[in-house]
Design a binder for this molecule. Structure first.
Ligand code: SAH
Ligand code: SF4
Ligand code: F3S
Length: 448
């Protein structure tokens, strides 16, 4: 049997989709790359910004046609809505799309076998939207499917921060950390299957406080030091971090732990203290800049990226100017920017003074130009340097591979097919806003 999983949203969702496959495998399901002919289709959804629901319903419309086509052949295709829209909309999905067979949130996909049986048997719909008191991680199969040279590993989930614009604390639930032993076991499995780089995932990954082998709560820095001892692993990264949880030991780990990459995604959202306050971010501009400065002292070549929201309720031109200026001050290697989108049920959504859409659009364009310039300058500064690049994907053209520099830049390399999945030395020749291109350096083999 074949299952097609379509994933929206963050890397945590991408991780969850892979784990859904691991859960379904014992039932005889294999991954399909399109809904055509699939026995099951799962939409793993994201609710973070506007039009998320609409996208899901229109995709459901398309999948429904395939379901009806199969029904004429006497087959029964199962359709599931998973992820954060499922958690937020719940039974509403069944009301609007009664042909959906299963609805479950990010905390209950380990129950998929049960839900599938129920849906098949009852011919009705199966719903599971609980936040179970025991973590799903305790029920997920220990075997993980290989992810290639660069793998994701969820170590922490959920959020207790309640930024006033954000749905994550409602859709993902409160903060939870997996134990060190569990994470280490999964990391070893991934390494055995060829992973040389691991990205540790969490909505608030640096708030990690999983139980260590000594029974104490370990920090993310301690976890990283532990994972760094795994032989095959050569690179460790983590995302997403909150400025409040950027502890001293994590900053020192960047100075001391060679396998920890010199790159940090550290969202600030706005450069204006007044806006940060209303966002309930629990940090101001100076606090954020101080972390950046301390990280640069610990690791001078540290590169940064961030997230920004423009047009948060009551954002003035002056507030926005402060956001533009922080982009210049930090000198981001890259950054993500979004237009504020009111999310039902969050405090900021009911603010009276929403910023008009045309103002938001104009600000977003100006911010993106500033970020683009910053990224281009950062990449241009790399021309002529030799960098270690992990070649993990196909490039745009045949004969080309795409890899990641230590600073998370995409690097195109020609004629490197035999190094797929390996870390190679590349001399950077060209730089653009979103990528770079370079030449493979062949070091002469040292005499034995
Ligand atoms: N946990 C991370 C980010 C989670 S969501 C953090 O604390 O920063 C990813 C990004 O989506 C956020 O950083 C924010 O920039 C954006 N985002 C979240 N809610 C949004 C909303 N309602 N409108 C626009 N962008 C939003
Ligand atoms: Fe959302 Fe804020 Fe939590 Fe990040 S820290 S997930 S933006 S509530
Ligand atoms: Fe989206 Fe849920 Fe991730 S809302 S960004 S899929 S945590």
């Amino acid at each position: 049997m074949k299952v097609f999983i379509k994933t929206y949203g963050c890397q945590m969702n991408a991780y969850d989709s892979r784990r859904m496959l691991d859960v379904l495998k014992p039932l005889g399901y294999e991954a399909a790359d399109s809904p055509e002919g699939a026995d099951m289709v799962i939409l793993n959804t994201c609710h973070i910004r506007e039009k998320a629901e609409e996208k899901v319903y229109s995709e459901l419309g398309r999948v429904r046609q395939e379901k009806e086509r199969q029904a004429q052949e006497g087959r029964r295709m199962l359709i599931a809505v998973a992820g954060c829209v499922a958690q937020a909309e719940g039974e509403e999905i069944l009301a609007r799309a009664p042909f959906v067979d299963m609805v479950f949130g990010p905390q209950s996909y380990h129950r998929l076998p049960e839900l599938v049986t129920k849906a098949l048997r009852a011919r009705g719909s199966a719903v599971n939207l609980e936040f179970p008191s025991v973590s799903k991680f305790d029920f997920l199969p220990e075997s993980v499917s290989g992810q290639g040279a660069a793998a994701f590993l969820a170590v922490q989930e959920g959020c207790d921060k309640f930024c006033t614009f954000c749905v994550v604390p409602y859709t993902r639930g409160g903060e939870y950390s997996r134990s060190v032993a569990e994470v280490e076991r999964e990391a070893r499995l991934l390494a055995e299957q060829g992973a040389v780089e691991i990205m540790l995932l969490g909505q608030n990954v640096n708030a990690y406080h999983g139980a260590g082998p000594d029974g104490e709560a370990w920090t993310l820095a301690a976890l990283i030091r532990r994972l760094a001892r795994i032989d095959g692993l050569r690179r460790i990264r983590y995302t997403t971090s909150h400025p409040r949880d950027m502890s001293d030991d994590l900053i020192s780990a960047h100075a001391e732990e060679e396998k920890l990459m010199p790159y940090l995604h550290l969202p600030i959202q706005s450069g204006s203290d007044a806006v940060l306050e209303r966002m309930n971010r629990k940090h101001n501009r100076a606090f954020y800049l101080d972390i950046i400065a301390r990280l640069r002292r610990a690791r001078p070549d540290m590169a940064f990226s961030g997230d920004f929201i423009v047009g948060f309720p009551r954002e003035t031109e002056e507030d926005f100017a402060a956001t533009l200026s922080i982009v210049r001050e930090v000198g981001y290697a890259t950054a993500y920017s979004f237009s504020y989108s009111p999310r039902p049920g969050t405090p900021a959504a009911s603010e009276e003074h929403q910023v008009p859409p045309e103002v938001k659009d104009a600000r977003l364009q100006r911010l993106q130009a500033e970020i683009g310039a910053s990224a281009l300058a950062f990449n241009q500064g790399c021309i002529g340097r030799v960098m270690e690049v992990l070649l993990d994907r196909d490039g745009r053209r045949p004969g080309q591979l795409l890899g990641r520099s230590p600073y998370m830049q995409s690097v195109h390399v020609e004629g490197a097919e035999s190094y797929r999945g390996k870390i190679v030395s590349v001399k950077i020749a060209n730089a653009y806003a979103n990528s770079m291109a370079g030449k493979l350096i062949h070091f002469r083999q040292r005499a034995a």
